[in-house]
Design a protein around this ligand. Structure first.
Ligand code: ASP
Length: 372
C-alpha cells in the first residue's frame, strides 16, 4: 500500500531501508556493467526475504529541484514505507533531461538491464526513472530489445520534486510496487504515471504539464495503481520470455532514421537534407492516413531510389496508416515504402531503426510493422 504523505525529503535515510547504491556513474557503459550483489546473511530478517528491485535513474523532472538534481538514491530514500515492499538497489545511469539521452545510452541501458536479470534470477523487476518528454520512446525501445520478461517499469514526474503536489514520489512508489507484482501477466516494459499503467508501444505524452499527461490512444491503460494494490488487466497477451524481439548482439550503432513533418506548403528540402545527412530511413509524420505534399512525394521517390526506406505514419495522434501490401505501387523502387500501422512517428522511428539492423526487404519490414 502506498503510504500517506509519501513526500520528498531528500537526504533522509530511512533506517530499515535495504538500499544499496549502484556503482558510481562513470558514463553509461560503466554504469551498465555495475551489478548489485545479493548477500546471504545467516541472521536474515523478514526484510531480507523481500523481492529485489533495481532502480535505474536517468534524470528528468522527477529528479529536479530548483537549480539542482536529486540522485536516484535520494529519490528512493524519500519514500517512506518502501522498505516493506522491496529490497532496492540503485544505479545512477545518468542525470539529464530525457531529451539528452543518446542512442548509445539506449543500447547500454537495454544490455545493462538484461544483464541484471541474467545475473540475478531473483531480481523481481527494474524501475527506470526518466524525464517524461521522451519516456515513451525509452519504454518502447526497451520493450523491443529486452530478452527477459520480468517487469520493467518506466516512470517519472510532471512536477518537480520540490513543487506543491509533486507526483514523483507516488509514481516511483507505485512503479516499485508494480515491479514486485509477481502474479500478473508478463507485460514487458510499461510506463506508470499518475496511477495508470500504459503499454510501452501505445503510450504517448499528450500534455505538456499536467500530471495526467500520458495516454495510450486506441489501447487505453493496462492497469492501475489502486490505493492498496496494483491491478493489471487479466486479458493481456503475455510477452514471450527468453528472446528479445530485436536481438542487439553485434549492434554497435543504430542506423540513422529521421522524422519529417508534413504541413501545407512543405517542399522536399528536409527530405533531401535527411538523405544527404546519411538517413537510411525516413519516417513521415504525415497528414491524415499517410498523405504528404506533392513536393515531399517527389523527394520521397528520389530518396527511395537512393535506397532510403520510407515509413508513413500520421501526425493525427490516433488511428492507423495501413502497413500496406507487397507489391505496393512504386515497389520497383530500390527501397520500400510502408505504413506505420497505429505507431506514432517517434515510435515508428524506433521500430524502423531496429528493423533496419535486420532487413531492408519490403515484405519483411511490413511483417515487422504488422507484428510489433
Ligand atoms: N524536461 C523533462 C525531461 O527530462 C521533463 C520531464 O521530466 O517531465 O523530459
Amino acid at each position: 500500500m502506498r503510504p500517506r504523505g509519501a513526500g520528498l525529503v531528500a537526504g533522509v535515510v530511512l533506517p530499515a531501508l535495504a538500499l544499496a547504491a549502484g556503482p558510481p556513474a562513470a558514463g553509461p557503459l560503466a554504469a551498465a556493467h555495475g551489478h548489485p550483489v545479493a548477500h546471504t546473511d545467516p541472521a536474515a530478517t523478514a526484510a531480507d526475504t523481500l523481492p529485489r528491485v533495481h532502480v535505474l535513474a536517468t534524470g528528468g523532472t522527477i529528479s529536479n529541484t530548483e537549480g539542482d538534481r536529486l540522485t536516484g538514491e535520494e529519490l528512493v530514500q524519500s519514500l517512506p514505507g518502501v522498505e516493506e515492499v522491496a529490497r532496492i538497489t540503485v544505479e545512477q545511469f545518468s542525470n539529464v533531461a530525457s531529451g539528452a539521452i543518446t542512442l548509445e545510452q539506449w543500447l547500454a541501458m537495454a544490455r545493462g538491464i538484461d544483464r541484471h536479470f541474467a545475473d540475478d534470477v531473483e531480481l523481481a523487476g527494474v524501475v527506470v526513472t526518466s524525464g517524461t518528454d521522451t519516456m515513451e520512446e525509452t519504454a518502447y525501445f526497451l520493450d523491443l530489445t529486452l530478452a527477459h520478461c520480468r517487469p520493467v517499469v518506466v516512470t517519472g514526474a510532471m512536477r518537480r520534486a520540490n513543487m506543491l503536489g509533486a507526483d514523483g514520489p507516488a509514481n516511483l512508489f507505485d512503479a516499485i510496487q508494480l515491479a514486485v507484482h509477481g502474479d500478473g501477466p508478463r507485460v514487458g516494459a510499461v510506463v506508470l504515471m499518475n496511477d495508470l499503467v500504459f503499454p510501452a508501444r501505445e503510450v504517448t505524452k499528450v500534455h505538456t504539464s499536467r500530471p495526467d499527461a500520458f495516454a495510450a490512444p486506441g489501447a487505453g491503460p493496462v492497469g492501475m495503481a489502486d490505493p492498496d494494490s496494483i491491478v493489471l488487466r487479466s486479458d493481456l497477451p503475455e510477452r514471450a520470455c527468453g528472446t528479445a524481439p530485436f536481438d542487439l548482439t553485434g549492434v554497435d550503432e543504430l542506423p540513422r532514421v529521421d522524422v519529417i513533418h508534413t504541413h501545407l506548403g512543405a517542399d522536399g528540402a528536409l527530405i533531401r537534407a535527411a538523405v544527404d545527412a546519411g538517413a537510411q530511413g525516413i519516417v513521415m509524420a504525415s497528414v491524415g492516413r499517410g498523405g504528404s505534399t506533392p513536393g515531399q512525394r517527389a523527394a520521397l521517390a528520389e530518396a527511395r531510389e537512393q535506397g532510403v526506406v520510407v515509413v508513413r505514419s500520421s501526425r493525427t495522434g490516433a488511428g492507423r496508416v495501413p502497413v500496406g501490401r507487397t507489391p505496393e505501387s512504386g515497389e520497383d523502387a530500390r527501397a520500400p515504402m510502408l505504413g506505420a500501422g497505429d505507431l506514432n512517428p517517434q515510435k515508428a522511428r524506433i521500430l524502423l531503426m531496429l528493423a533496419l539492423t535486420r532487413t531492408r526487404d519490403g515484405e519483411e519490414l511490413r511483417e515487422i510493422f504488422r507484428r510489433w
